[in-house]
Design a binder for this molecule. Structure first.
Ligand SMILES: Cc1cc2nc3c(=O)[nH]c(=O)nc-3n(C[C@H](O)[C@H](O)[C@H](O)COP(=O)(O)OP(=O)(O)OC[C@H]3O[C@@H](n4cnc5c(N)ncnc54)[C@H](O)[C@@H]3O)c2cc1C
Length: 392
């Protein structure tokens, strides 16, 4: 069977590419349904883009690589498509756009766009050997117990990263890249809760607080959530993408107010109150109890010297924590690293060394922040490859 273009992966990027790649497209996926990650994303409402998406919100060894695709297919283009299908949406916070109704509306929209373009979709299809004779790709596909060879002029690898194997993530994209001699930036879990070996935060499980979390040279001012095994919440998930094993993170628990001057005021007005009682006005009381094991918090607020209050506030503004690890691919929202962008054209997403071979979406070394950026990369890179293939 001969096709113009074979796309491996009916996820966000693969479906977007199929809608734009011109005639003769076959999309294959081993899952039972297309767009499974879209379906579960954003708590079932899909945070499909971000009003403020720009190249600064992406992590890659080459920070310039994402500019071309993001600049040519923007969040406004995707919003226009969503509007064309009359899918109602709202901004939740920080520019994050969600469907009012269901993430399934986005999947249905992409399926309709694929149908309009005449693309075929084979689900529950296993991908076997991939070969290239210099002009055409031959791929062994097994479906309903039958294996057949499919040939195509273009092969688009859109099979995502390694995150959430239970949902069908396999890392096949990296294998295909390696087969064709393309370098890989070592993949690692991103947007993932961090763990602590001694389960020190177990007594705090379920406690949340606003905080600014810094890892490497990036910091995120959102919320943190203590879990049985460590730390989660948007600020921690964001920072996790910048954290490397063995490194320390800094948590600022008092980023939103000038605690020192407020404590000094309390010292004058509520001197007989316990320091812990006053602190519990600013931090969750279970966290204050926990901090008693790390800090001298005895006595009334009136008993605290300026120096003691200063060192307390310094500690709370720069709580140094060394995670033992992360929850890994089991729960990571994305995979950092992937196909090295040096080997791929930023304009077309084509491998520079193999004509007709394309890599799009999460399998490429471009990873977005939390907040709709990863889908925007899938839409933009899928569109860029689709355009290039249609023009070819
Ligand atoms: C729980 C969760 C929530 C998320 N929420 C958001 C959100 O709200 N906003 C946001 O921007 N991002 C979100 N993300 C990230 C986002 O889902 C991904 O970045 C995006 O789906 C990547 O698109 P993709 O097309 O590259 O890969 P995917 O969407 O993962 O698609 C890859 C496809 O390839 C198929 N495949 C894989 N291996 C094989 C194989 N060997 N053979 C055949 N087919 C294969 C898979 O079945 C899948 O259909 C979330 C991720 C998770 C896990």
């Amino acid at each position: 069977m001969d096709f113009e273009t074979l796309i491996i992966g009916a996820g966000a990027a693969g479906m977007m590419c199929a809608a734009h790649a011109g005639p003769g497209v076959l999309v294959v996926d081993h899952a039972k349904a297309p767009g499974e990650k879209i379906r579960i994303s954003g708590g079932g409402r899909c945070n499909f883009t971000n009003l403020y998406a720009s190249p600064q919100n992406f992590i890659s060894q080459n920070k310039h690589f994402c500019k071309s695709a993001l600049g040519r297919y923007t969040q406004w283009d995707f919003i226009a498509l969503v509007d064309q299908y009359q899918i109602a949406w709202h901004e939740k916070t920080l520019g994050q756009l969600f469907c009012d109704n269901s993430a399934k509306d986005i999947i249905a929209m992409l399926r309709a766009e694929m149908d309009k373009a005449g693309a075929q979709l084979w689900l529950q299809t296993d991908v076997g050997d991939v070969a290239h004779d210099g002009s055409k790709f031959t791929v062994a596909l097994t479906r309903e117990g039958r294996t057949r060879s499919v040939t195509a002029h273009n092969l688009v690898v859109a099979c995502g990263g390694k995150s959430i194997p239970k949902m069908g993530a396999t890392g096949l994209g990296y294998q295909i890249a390696a087969q064709f001699g393309l370098p890989i930036v070592t993949p690692r879990p991103g947007l993932v809760p961090l763990t602590f070996s001694d389960e020190k935060f177990k007594p705090l499980a379920g406690v949340g607080a606003p905080a600014c979390v810094a890892a490497g040279d990036s910091s995120f001012d959102e919320a943190i959530l203590f879990t049985h095994r460590g730390l989660s919440g948007p600020a921690v998930l964001q920072a996790s993408s910048y954290w490397h094993e063995g490194e320390t993170i800094s948590v600022n628990l008092i980023a939103t107010h000038d605690l020192l001057s407020e404590l000094k005021t309390h010292r004058q007005t509520d001197g007989r109150k316990a320091l812990t009682t006053v602190l519990a006005q600013y931090l969750p009381s279970r966290l204050v109890d926990f901090l008693k094991s790390e800090l001298p918090l005895d006595g009334n607020i009136a008993d605290q010297s300026d120096a003691k209050l200063e060192s307390l506030c310094q500690y709370l503004a720069d709580w140094q924590l060394t995670p033992a690890g992360s929850e890994g691919y089991r729960t990571a929202e994305v995979t950092l690293g992937g196909v090295d962008t040096d080997a791929v054209s930023s304009k077309t997403m084509a491998a520079k060394s193999v004509p007709g071979l394309y890599f799009i979406g999460e399998c490429v070394d471009v990873t977005g922040w939390l907040g709709g950026y990863n889908f925007q990369w899938a839409w933009s890179s899928g569109w860029a490859a689709g355009q290039a293939i249609a023009d070819r």
